[in-house]
Design a binder for this molecule. Structure first.
Ligand code: FMN
Length: 193
């Protein structure tokens, strides 16, 4: 059921770094993005894939993790992603890719969840540093990084409390909690007919 997959598809930020993700898996996930919707069907997205520990070690310093967890600087060595998908926008195809990369990212993350992988969309990126280390030409806008691997943490969903705080948090047992707003709060109007 799609709801089960969407529930399973949480943002994971700690991984079994030594469990490899085959490059073929990343290619199969990008294939899902290939099948997904694109504004005007221009398909401006391009991808850089890495399952190479040496390249991963160069990507990691340019990613920023869990801004709400103030005491946690991000995954330590040994718990870092085993794979990365960098989503780029080819400005020679389209200057502004709109929400194409969000759609592609969700297809990829759902495909990862289906394969018992997990990960995190990273929008907070040192883009200049990443461009330099991966030698990405200026023609390509750096849109999102998808960090992937075998998750090494438990993430649970809960309802936003009466105080309305949506900040995720980690409890004493290391479980990551993600408050979600109620459906009632989300739906502004309903026309039942
Ligand atoms: C566009 C986008 C950018 C994000 N950027 C980051 C990021 O830079 N670093 C990070 O740790 N998490 C990032 N996240 C993950 C969100 O924090 C996460 O989706 C949110 O806390 C809800 O958790 P959930 O994905 O498990 O529902 C991003 C998510 C999205 C959709």
């Amino acid at each position: 059921m799609l709801e089960d997959l969407v529930r399973k598809n949480r943002s994971y930020r700690r991984f079994y770094q030594d469990v490899p993700v085959p490059l073929e898996t990343l290619r199969a996930l990008v294939y899902l993005a290939r099948l997904s919707a694109s504004g005007s069907n221009l398909q401006p997205l391009k991808y850089v894939l890495s399952v190479d520990p040496e390249v991963n070690a160069r990507i990691f310093p340019h990613t920023r993790w869990a801004g709400y967890l103030k005491d946690w600087p991000g995954p330590e060595e040994g718990e870092r992603p085993a794979a990365y998908v960098v989503i780029l926008g080819d400005t020679e195809i389209r200057k502004d890719v709109g929400c194409d990369h969000g759609i592609a990212a969700q297809s990829i993350m759902l495909g990862a969840a289906e394969r018992d992988l997990g990960g995190c969309m990273i929008g907070s990126i040192d883009r200049n540093g990443l461009r330099q280390t991966l030698d990405i030409p200026e023609q390509y806008e750096i849109l999102l990084i998808l960090a992937l691997g075998k998750p090494k943490e438990t993430v649970v969903l809960e309802d936003v409390g009466p105080e309305g705080d949506t900040k995720y948090y980690r409890d004493a047992e290391g479980v990551h909690h993600v408050p979600k707003r109620s459906l009632e709060e989300m739906i502004l109007k309903e026309y039942r007919g």
